[in-house]
Design a protein around this ligand. Structure first.
Ligand code: FRU
Length: 451
């Protein structure tokens, strides 16, 4: 099995931006991350702990809508569809990751969601648990569900030595399956579940394998969270994902650019072990119509020395502006740096591969407020510049944590060049009917029409 699957070989094609070589990897440097600061433009309103549960029997966390190939929201016979990681509430809040499955929700208005259970046979799915992904509806009406197949953290994931002794860690691969959809007056059902397939695994060169991680790696490795999208300017299709810099963990080194510019480097001391915090955002080119054949490419961005996890990466494209978005945590910042749990973003003009610059100078786009620093997580920025997320661990008036596990209020953002701000708050779990990513030509047409 494994040998035929590693046909996902690395090639250095698919650069769109002529100003960088086609194996160019942009950097989120220590210097940029040091600029991270909460402001009125990036701080989310405090979430009220008197929230209603969208599905009372399950914890809900990472959520994504069903999108058409062009990025627009799929609306099937009047229904919007969303997927989310779910686990029975009979499991403890912190045990949910090892019991994660992908649940399905549907809604007519994008506010009231009906939980319709787990749409696939999890004995047929890859992984002991299924972690985050994305979902695309093709023109023939097939749903392509991309997910992370993760081995049991407590068995078979490989072993790692830490101060507590031998521990097991989750091995991750990218997987997919397909469905047909039936949507009528009685609701939405996914039928004709296809075969489950592994579509990519780490190559060891650009993306760390579990074995390389076990050679001195920090915390947990990543090869997860596949996000499918089509570039409106070229029609090419890609899957981006969260990875870790390839190579043995014990042999990781920072390049000067991971630290900052010359002036910054002359005064900045990098603390020990910073090089073990080695997140990257990976990319693979989709080479078939079913998005099941992928060609791994060098990463788009790396955060080695800065942050260990750049999770659930996704794209937002508006004309020539490419926004590479990702979520990250306070606890995953490298030694000597800190920042909030939030959504971070990077901007490049002219193509998918380029010298992405951190939005707003630091990368920070949405932060949890200081008075409730873990209230929400796993934001996803949609093509209408709204950001959905889930309620994580908000604090009530007395400073006590209340476990969430349901949809958080959607935020309205605005993106202008390399600047963003939060401009409003919508309802819990609200997903509006958004259009596709716009090509540069579409944007010019629209501007002409408006003038
Ligand atoms: C983000 C995340 C994802 C992963 C899932 C596991 O919240 O860490 O990267 O797929 O949660 O529960």
């Amino acid at each position: 099995l494994a040998s035929s699957l590693t046909a996902t070989s690395v090639s250095a094609k698919a650069a769109q931006n002529p100003s960088v070589p086609n194996d160019y990897t942009a950097v989120w440097s220590r210097q940029a991350a040091e600029q991270v600061k909460l402001t009125s433009e990036n701080t989310a309103p405090k979430i009220d702990t008197n929230f209603k549960l969208a599905a009372p029997d399950v914890w809900i966390w990472d959520t994504w809508p069903l999108q058409n190939r062009d990025g627009s929201l799929a609306v099937v016979n009047g229904y919007r569809i969303a997927f989310a990681l779910v686990a029975p509430r009979t499991f403890g809040w912190n045990d949910r990751h090892t019991e994660a499955r992908i649940g399905m929700f549907y809604s007519k208005d994008g506010v009231d969601w009906t939980y319709a259970g787990i749409p696939y046979d999890y004995d047929k799915a890859y992984g002991h648990m299924q972690w985050a992904g994305s979902a695309m509806l093709d023109k023939k009406g097939k749903i392509h569900l991309f997910y992370t197949a993760t081995t049991d953290m407590n068995a078979g994931g490989g072993k790692e030595w830490d101060q507590n002794g031998w521990v097991q860690r989750a091995e991750q691969r990218l997987a997919k399956t397909t469905f047909d959809i039936k949507a009528d007056d009685s609701g939405v059902k996914l039928i004709n579940e296809g075969q489950h397939q592994i579509i990519a695994e780490p190559d060891g060169k650009y993306y760390e394998t579990i074995e390389q991680f076990h050679d001195g790696g920090h915390n947990i490795t990543a090869f997860r969270d596949p996000f499918f999208f089509q570039d409106p300017n070229t029609g090419k299709e890609y899957i981006i994902f969260e990875g870790q810099v390839g190579g043995k963990s014990s042999e990781q080194k920072l390049k000067p650019e991971n630290i900052g510019d010359e002036e910054y480097r002359s005064t900045h001391t990098v603390p020990d072990r910073a090089e073990l915090y080695d997140g990257n955002i990976g990319i693979a080119e989709v080479t078939d119509k079913d998005a099941s054949k992928l060609k791994l490419l060098p990463p788009l961005l790396e955060s080695i020395g800065t942050n260990h996890q750049v999770e659930r990466p996704h794209m937002y494209i508006k004309g020539n502006d490419y926004y590479l978005m990702t979520i990250s945590h306070t606890f995953t910042y490298a030694p000597g740096l800190t920042g909030p749990d939030g959504v971070y973003g990077f901007h490049n003009e002219g193509g998918i591969r380029g010298d992405y610059k951190p939005l707003n100078g630091s990368g920070l786009v949405v932060a949890n407020p200081k008075e409730s620093p873990y209230q929400a997580y796993s934001w996803m920025v949609l093509p209408d510049e709204t950001a959905i997320s889930f309620i994580n661990e908000p604090l009530d008036e007395n400073g006590n944590v209340k476990h969430g596990g349901t949809f958080a209020p959607t935020l309205q953002l605005s993106f202008e060049g390399d600047k963003t701000k939060i401009v409003g708050e919508l309802q819990h779990g609200e997903i509006r009917d958004f259009g596709p990513y716009l090509s540069a030509k579409d944007v010019t047409k629209m501007e002409k029409k408006n003038s």
